[in-house]
Design a protein around this ligand. Structure first.
Ligand SMILES: [Zn+2]
Length: 104
């Protein structure tokens, strides 16, 4: 199964790490240059990766069981508390937020 990841989050974390390295005098300029070269190579590779459309699903709840919800795309089960926490299915990555104009 394809694992969907948030590239913008990775880029942000790398940016923060790069900032920390660049501001910290403990790291040599050679080290910083090596880090920047690695980051540039990684960004190039990320840019060339294929993209997939994130599937849209929903959390299905059953009237007789208020404690759990199932992903409509993969049937993964989460608790009611987790349903409030997860916009995306932690198993298949589908976007399970209510669609625009839809009420939950
Ligand atoms: Zn799922």
């Amino acid at each position: 199964m394809t694992r969907l990841i948030d590239v913008d989050k990775i880029k942000f974390e790398v940016f923060i790490t790069t900032e920390n390295y660049s501001l910290n005098p403990i790291y040599s300029s050679e080290y910083k240059r090596g880090w920047n070269n690695a980051v540039n190579a990684l960004e190039q590779q990320i840019a060339e990766l294929p993209t997939v459309e994130r599937p849209h699903g929903e959390w299905i709840t059953y009237e007789q069981d208020y404690h759990y919800a199932n992903c409509s795309m993969c049937d993964f089960t989460i608790t009611k508390e987790e349903k409030e926490e997860f916009n995306f299915c932690p198993n298949c990555g589908s976007d399970n937020r209510p669609k625009e104009g839809e009420k939950e």
